[in-house]
Design a protein around this ligand. Structure first.
Ligand code: INI
Length: 183
């Protein structure tokens, strides 16, 4: 049964040709985010993206990622937006607020705009854990984010061609609908 379901599943391919990407990268903990960015760019390039298909925007910290990503997504110019950040646990609860609001904001923005926003925000207890995930033991999450951006960009094109997803052809359509229904 699972075999049948799988053979019918729609999936985006990993060809970046013809797609457009934005990457929003946080300057906070840039020692880590620079490495994530480099790996994302690598993934896009290896999949066939030319430099003019990728726009990179910097924000101060992870907390600022959702707003910038939403603005970029709402232009309708991009198939996917990659959000890159690194939040390290400190001695206070600040970490929890930054992590939860960043994740929540990015999810809300992607649902609102209908454009895939790829969550490449490391949330680590230690710098060592972050280093592992930005090129050492844990691979590089930036590279994985690049691949996810391509796959989701292709999937959304496929779904909108099939008539299953209209958000890409009408950026912002979801938010207008929900505003109209608001009491
Ligand atoms: N921003 C990060 O991206 N990572 C962190 O670890 C971090 N810490 O630890 O505070 C952080 N804080 C800044 C925050 O994202 C905002 O830029 C700031 O609060 C201004 O809105």
């Amino acid at each position: 049964m699972a075999g049948n379901a799988q053979s019918k599943a729609e999936r985006g391919n990993l060809d970046a040709a013809g797609l457009r990407f934005a990457i929003v990268v946080s300057q906070f903990n840039s020692f880590i985010t620079d490495r994530l960015l480099a790996a994302s760019l690598d993934a896009l390039k290896q999949a066939g993206a030319r430099p003019d298909q990728v726009e990179v925007v910097e924000v101060p910290g992870a907390f600022e990622l959702p707003l910038a990503a939403k603005q970029l997504a709402a232009t309708g110019k991009f198939d996917s937006v990659i959000c890159i950040g690194c939040v390290l646990r400190g001695e206070t609860s600040h970490y929890d607020y930054v992590c939860s609001e960043t994740a929540r904001g990015i999810q809300l923005a992607q649902l609102d705009t209908g454009i895939p926003l790829i969550f490449c925000v490391l949330t680590c207890d230690t710098l060592e854990q972050a280093i592992d995930r930005a090129g050492l033991k844990g691979g590089n999450k930036g590279y994985e984010a690049g691949l996810a951006a391509i796959e989701m960009g292709q999937l959304m094109r496929k779904l909108s061609t099939n008539g299953a997803g209209s958000a890409r052809s009408k950026p912002g359509a979801r938010s207008k609908r929900s505003t109209r229904n608001r009491k």
